[in-house]
Every structure is written in C-alpha cells, then in structure tokens.
Design a protein around this ligand. Sequence first.
Ligand code: HEM
Length: 513
Amino acid sequence: MTDPKQHYTLAEGRPIADPTVQQVLRGKPLTGGGLALLLDTPLIETLAHFPRERIPERVVHAKAAGAWGEFEVTHDITDITSAALFNKVGKKTKVLMRVSTVGPEKGSPDTVRDVRGWAMKFFTEEGNYDIVGNDLPVFFVRDPIKFPSLNRSHKKHPQTNVPDASMFWDFHNNNQEGVHALMQLFGNRGVPESVRHINGYGVHTFKYGKPETGEFKYVKITFKPDAGIKTMDEAKASRLAGEEPDYHIKDLYNAIEKGDYPSWTMYLQVMDPKEAETYRWNVFDATKIWPHKDYPLQPVGKLTLNKNPDNYFADIEQAAFSPSNMPPGIDYSADVMLQARMFSYPDAARYRVGPNYQQLPCNRAQYVYAPFERDGPATINGNYGGDPNYVRSQFSKATPLDRSSDVAHYEWTGRVQNYTSEVTDEDFEQGRMLWKLMIDEKEDQILIDNLAANIGKALPKVQEETVKMFAKVEKEIGERLQKKLDQINKTNGGPDHVNYGPYGLRPTYGAGY
Ligand code: HEM
C-alpha cells in the first residue's frame, strides 16, 4: 500500500492518482473536444480554491520581507520594567519580524523612496509584545484622524490611478507638522541598501514600568543594525526597481540561508515622568525625537534574525502585529495616535485575516486561555471544549493570577473637547537641527536634490507652497530648493510641464489639479 503521506488527495482526503486529470464527456460529433462536468469534484475544487487564495493586502505596508529570530537580553533593565521578557540577562525570546514599504502595493518594487515599517512580535511567556514601528524616528502626523488622508496622498490619485506628486505635496503643504519626517524621508536614509541595514524605531513614547508598585518611566525604543546603516542612491534604486523589484526580500532571504544572520542592538531612551512635564518638546507627539544628548541610548539586548519562513503566506502574510499587544510591565502613553492605533490594527486583522487570526501559528501566544472568545470562522484551537463560556462559573478551570497584572494608570481631570493640533514654529525646530547635522555630514545637497527631483513633478502652485514650507525650516533650504527647481522646471519646458508622481510615473491631470 502507498504511504498515505506520499500520495495526493482532495482537500477532504480522498486519494487521487493524477492531479492533472479532469472528467470530460468526450465523443461525437465534436471529436477532440468534450464537455466539462459539474460533478467533477477535483476540477471544481481546484478552480474554486484558486480565486480564494488571496486575502486582502494590508491597506498600508503591503509589501514586505519577513523572518523568524530571537531576542537576547544583554543588559539589566529590571530597575525600569518588570516585563518578564527582560527579567534576566541572557534570556532569549522567539521573535517574528516583518519589514515593509508603506505606500505602494504588494507587487511594487522594494527600492522606492519610502518609510520602512518595522514590525516585530516577541512571543513572551506573558503574552505577545509587538513593536510596530518604522525605520525613521518620527512620523508625518500626530492626529490619528489624519492618518488615512496622509496615506491616500502618498498612494494613487483617485482619477488617474497613478501616484501623484501634486497630491503628495499638497497634503504636506497643508499639514506641516510632517516637515521633520519629510526631511528624514528625502535625506540619505529614504532608500536603504537592504533591510539588514536599517534602524528600527518605536516612534511613540511608551511606558515601561512595574505593575506591582505603579512606578514607570517613559521610553523611546531604537534598534540599530550591528552591521551599520547602508543606504542606496537614486540611480541604483531606480535601476533595481525595474531589474530586481524584490531586491530587499531576496537579500534578507539569501543572507539568512547563508547563515549570515542580521542582528540589531535594542536601546532605550529613558525619561522620568516628572521631566516630561517640563521637557522642551511634547513627549506624546510622534513628530518629535528626544535628542540623544538629552536622553542617551541605553543598550538592552540583541535581536538576531536566523530563520526564513517555511511558507511566506502562512508565516508573514497572515501575521498580524498591533501596538495594543503589550505584556505586563509595558504600556501605552498619552499619545492619542498610539491609542488610536491600538484599535486600528486588531480591527484590520479581523477584516484581513479573520476574527480568529490570533489562533494561527504565526500569531499564537505561548499561553492563551480566553474561553470568553469562542466560535467564529476557522476556529482551530479546540474552542475550549466544554469549559464555561460565561464569566464567574463554579466550573471554571482558571487558577487565580498570583500577582496583579494591572497597569499604572494616569489620573485624569479634564474636559472632553474637539481637538486638532496646531502647527507652530516648534514643528520646524527639529528639522532645523537635522539640517545642521546634514551640513556637518555633507548630506545637505542630497536632501536638496532628492526633494527637488520629487517636488519638480508637482504643479507649479503646489511647488511654490512646498518651497515656502521648507524655507520655514531654514531660509537657505528654501533658496537652494528654489534654485534647483528653476533648473528642473526649465529642462521640463516651463511651469506647465507634465508632472510625475512620487514613484516616477507620469500621470495626466483632471480638473482641480
Ligand atoms: C500597518 C493603521 C500609524 C507602522 C498598518 C495597518 C493599519 C495601520 C490599518 C495595516 C494592518 C494590517 O492589515 O494588519 C495605522 C493608523 C495609524 C498608524 C490608524 C495612526 C493613527 C503608524 C505609525 C507607525 C506605523 C506611527 C510607525 C511608528 C506600521 C507598520 C505596519 C502598519 C510597521 C505594518 C505591520 C505589519 O507588518 O503587518 N497601520 N497606522 N503605523 N503600520 Fe500603521
């Protein structure tokens, strides 16, 4: 008898001898042809499954490389947090990692100028801890309600269905809190050489603390690649976008296959809550960094990616990360954007993967007993058998937790009010600091060139506003940008030239643009 693990079967297990065979009514008068049959289960099953192979791609961060790895604690931070993940130097925790581009679709090239998403899941003994950050330290907006608009402006024009520089810059001209992030994006780091050579930032301020005492510190999280940052120039990036659209994914996969495991050091910047009250910048504003001279980087541990996924769809596409996944000892801060994200990611995962996405091996926590979340499509965890499905039952098998898992909450007094943040000169200060740094590092011309190449694809009235915005950071940026744009506009045949989108396509413009 054939080994049952060797032969093909239908999805219900019926053995099949040849998966290329379909049933056909053959005969006269159309010799050579025939009729397909509705009773042909192998054919119907094969064709019916195929269009259902896709799940919706992520609305942002659709294209990614991913891998498994491990995190090892190298420095004691038990004075800051009692999170079990960090409770012993030398402790190792399994990690799943996904590094993505943000704006373009799942089939887009890797080497576009874009932020890289830095999504990681630590499978800790007290539940999953996800850091869902970026490779740049600051974000474009700080009001969560603006997030969908920001992304639409970076994606495709609703009429032409191509990326559109006028739309991109029009959004930023009118939401100038993002100017610091734009300088990071159009600076040297906007296109990495590989995902093995990028930083990772938590971006928001988080609380690391001790549930048992209520003490906490504010922290910002940074990962730095042990092999250093490497970036790519525009010419190479454009060439690879055509020749090797999956350049970054291949690079990570091949490095891991060869045993050349990429690693990063994790650091914290730690701030006492008292200091936050008087610090120069609002610590709950994701458009701001804490300069290292104010809050130096303290090493915590080492992340190593050492295993490729056995199957990309199972391990990476179905993975669902969320800033709401925090074990005891780690907590959210008063950053409203972070709080909005805590809703949005599980919401997206329920839609994209299904309501039981947490049961899949790529997302499943080490220990889960949540018998009040049951049933639903594709339940694969045994559904808690006959355990009570209602709270406070005398038949419950759950044992009491031996300590508090409560978080230290703020005491709030205030008034519910309509709020949208205002842009002030403060929003240009850190861009100004970055410009000085760029001059010192001789990267200032790179910024001007990258900006001008992109802004030059926008309509003249949009260009004007963008130049004004950068002139608010530093007059010199405005002047040098204008000079470069004048050259570009001249070569393009004057101010009414046809414009290009941010990813190098050439859209036509409808009314209003
Ligand atoms: C992906 C929402 C801001 C980093 C996503 C997804 C949504 C989303 C809906 C797709 C999730 C999925 O389908 O599984 C939001 C909202 C934001 C926000 C509403 C602000 C209000 C940010 C910020 C960062 C960030 C500030 C970085 C600090 C990421 C990353 C992913 C992602 C890395 C990809 C996760 C993965 O690999 O599965 N975001 N986002 N997002 N976002 Fe955000």
